[in-house]
Design a protein around this ligand. Structure first.
Ligand code: SF4
Ligand code: SF4
Length: 92
């Protein structure tokens, strides 16, 4: 028997966008987290959109910042940053 679930075309716009893990603090999973060089950041917000944990917040000044309670250290944001102004550093 097949379940009668909606496909992605039937889902409301934006419904697949966020983040199912804000209830779980995944910040202690990894040994590194990203640092941002704000001198070079272009405020593109791609790090915010690519982060699978919702750990990259957008500040009122347009820059992003890392919420270490949720950052699991995967490095996706660093990989996707178009101006390469992020780097992974070890947690202390
Ligand atoms: S390292 Fe991974 S979890 Fe941490 S802020 Fe970047 S994309 Fe999100
Ligand atoms: S992806 Fe890089 S340039 Fe874009 S907002 Fe994040 S840190 Fe800044």
């Amino acid at each position: 028997m097949t379940e009668d679930k909606p496909g992605w075309r039937e889902m409301p716009e934006g419904a697949i966008s966020y983040k199912c893990t804000l209830d779980y603090e995944t910040g202690d999973w990894g040994v590194e987290y990203p640092e941002i060089d704000y001198e070079r950041c272009s405020k593109c917000m791609l790090c915010h959109f690519y982060c699978p944990e919702g750990a990259v917040r957008v500040r009122s000044d347009g820059y992003t910042e890392i919420d270490r309670r949720y950052c699991k250290g995967c490095g996706i944001c660093v990989e996707e940053c178009p101006v390469k102004c992020m780097k992974m550093v070890r947690k202390v």
